[in-house]
Design a protein around this ligand. Sequence first.
Ligand SMILES: Nc1ncnc2c1ncn2[C@@H]1O[C@H](COP(=O)(O)OP(=O)(O)O)[C@@H](O)[C@H]1O
Ligand SMILES: [Mg+2]
Length: 318
Amino acid sequence: MIEIKNLDKYFGNDKVLNNISLKIDKGEIFAMVGHSGAGKSTLLRCINGLESYEIGTLKVFDKEVKNLSTTELKSFRKDVGMIFQHFSLMQRKNVFDNIALPMQVWGFSKDEIKVKVDELLKLIDLSHKSTAYPSELSGGQKQRVAIARALTLDPQILLSDEATSALDPNTTTSILDLLKKINKELGITIIIVTHEMDVVKAVAQKAILLEHGNIIGQGEIEDLFLQPDKKMKKFLGEKEVIPEDGENIKLYFPKEIAQYSIITHMARTLNIDFNIVWGKLEKINNHVIGSLVINITASDKESVTQYLDSKNVTWEIL
Ligand SMILES: Nc1ncnc2c1ncn2[C@@H]1O[C@H](COP(=O)(O)OP(=O)(O)O)[C@@H](O)[C@H]1O
Ligand SMILES: [Mg+2]
């Protein structure tokens, strides 16, 4: 649905995107994550044709975006909805009229607009606020209205630029749940730009990690978090403090075996002692995965690693 190959983007002499390649399939929730200034918004704006790019190709629906004519671009944008951090609602229009706006611009009839807006109000759970003004809404409600507005023209893709960054954690969760529902029930492909790892973990299936315009990590969410490489660890700010004596082994429990019972079983079976250095459980994409660092005496290393291999547990010596 979206395919980018070796894309470079400059602002003047500054290269802000460097050799970007990625593929996003229909129906995915795809995250672009990185610190402020990494180039996330710029990449998103290249995808919907708001920015051009100097080198490489960027195809959406099999069409090179920078080659679209003005007329083509207009209908292309109908297929690509967008939401932002600060909602950008019209303060002087009520909820119904804010949502109706894109349809009015496209000249839909009053009846068509009413049917669609009522349907969307139901989807976002705000039918009772139809005549309220933005100033009378909470941040989460404003974002819901912005989401409904982005869906009026039945887009195939929804772009979300830091849509939850101005919201508190609970409201963020409810907005992310709404995005998941939209993805599942309407089959809309969603691209989420965020600097918050928790957002990525909660909704995305795949992600790229952007740093200074470069992709420094890319893949399925579970792989990215289950076995973070050096760059990912640095990004996550993980510091591993481990004992100096013995061997420290880090175990990864994928979704199938997310219980620590395996290590108590190991201790019993091998008749060994070990210390737990640290461990954590995380919910990623509705699956619980965990990692655990244990410290064992050096002489137990071989039997422990053999046992772990026999149980298909991924491990690494730290
Ligand atoms: N219109 C612009 N003109 C010049 N430089 C820009 C413009 N927009 C963004 N930049 C620069 O491009 C880089 C990436 O910005 P941006 O895509 O907004 O990052 P992010 O969304 O990851 O915070 C930054 O260094 C920013 O200063
Ligand atoms: Mg940005």
